[in-house]
Design a protein around this ligand. Structure first.
Ligand code: COA
Length: 279
């Protein structure tokens, strides 16, 4: 099937607090068409504030994570229509990557196969990314005569050591999941048959944390990349004070009580029981 309905370009399943969201064009190696980009934004927004979703996982159906932008539907067809169509489809794509980058819930990438070019935008937006050892990562743009746009080169430059990033962008050689982990492009890689179990394990840990503290932490980590040391110090004070106003003070009191008085947990060894917080 090559011409899927828009709502069929993304698959979603919510199970046990985890929203499993998949690029769903396996016959096109999950490359991102305008239809898919529009549907993905809708899906992400629908899931963001659902009480039954604690963690979101992005992955791909079949043997690809995503083969990047759709060379036909995203590039060639829009270029034929002109600047208005080009900008519209850029905004649709960048829009959902941006939404994902500042998502209100923790997010995990599960890279099961091909991940090229435009797929680096979502990779960067995801908080934790686990790849199969034999997944394939590439800035293939140089192989077909363009530069790695859509943020892809910026993502490589931000996440990888500079010498590795510039080589990766200029040579058009692919990396395995294992190499991508060694070079900082993803968090870790595991054998393909362990991929899902490892993602469920990470999601399980995240599900035990206080959701507001988690959200404040991921935003701080992202915001601080562009701050001076002094600005970061100040931002962290303000962010914690804002968190206090959202019930963070009660969470901290309860956690402190569980450690100091009840002696039911040790912060150095795991999370407190956040279900006991009165918010
Ligand atoms: N844009 C448009 N179509 C794509 C695509 C893309 N990025 N990636 C794959 N497809 C299509 C192919 O044209 C083919 O369509 P068809 O069945 O109608 O002929 C189908 O998906 C299957 O792809 P195919 O190349 O036969 O699969 P493969 O498993 O042999 O190879 C890749 C997989 C990912 C190595 C190869 O498809 C590829 O190089 N894709 C482009 C990757 C890329 O450069 N992306 C960067 C874009 S920014």
């Amino acid at each position: 099937m090559s011409d899927r309905a828009e709502e069929d370009t993304v698959a979603v399943r919510v199970e046990d607090g985890i929203a499993w969201v998949s690029y769903n064009r396996p016959e096109k190696r999950n490359c991102m068409s305008p239809k898919l980009n529009r549907q993905m934004k809708r899906v992400l927004e629908d899931l963001e504030f659902r009480d039954d979703v604690r963690v979101l996982v992005l992955t791909g159906e079949g043997d690809a994570f995503s083969a990047g932008m759709d060379l036909k539907e995203y590039f060639r067809d829009n270029e034929a229509l002109g600047i208005g169509a080009i900008r519209k489809s850029q905004r649709e794509a960048y829009g959902w990557w941006d939404r994902l980058r500042w998502y209100e819930k923790p997010t995990i990438g599960m890279v099961n196969g091909w991940a090229f070019g435009g797929a680096y935008g979502p990779l960067h937006a995801l908080d934790i990314v686990v790849a199969a050892d034999d997944a394939t990562f590439g800035l293939s743009e140089i192989n077909w005569g363009i530069l790695p746009g859509g943020g892809a080169s910026k993502v490589a430059q931000e996440l990888m050591p500079f010498r590795k990033a510039i080589y990766h962008a200029m040579m058009g050689e692919n990396l395995t999941g294992k190499q991508a982990a060694e070079q900082g492009l993803v968090t870790e890689s595991v054998p393909a048959d362990r991929l899902r179990a490892r993602v469920v394990e990470i999601a399980g840990v995240l599900k035990q944390k206080d959701p507001d503290a988690l959200r404040a932490t991921k935003w701080a980590m992202r915001r601080m990349t562009e701050m001076t040391f002094d600005n970061a110090m100040d931002y962290l004070i303000r962010a914690q004070e804002a968190l206090n106003g959202m019930g963070g003070l009660e969470a901290r009191k309860e956690a402190t009580k569980q450690f100091l008085d009840d002696k039911t947990f040790k912060p150095g060894l795991g999370a407190f029981d956040a279900s006991k917080v009165k918010k």
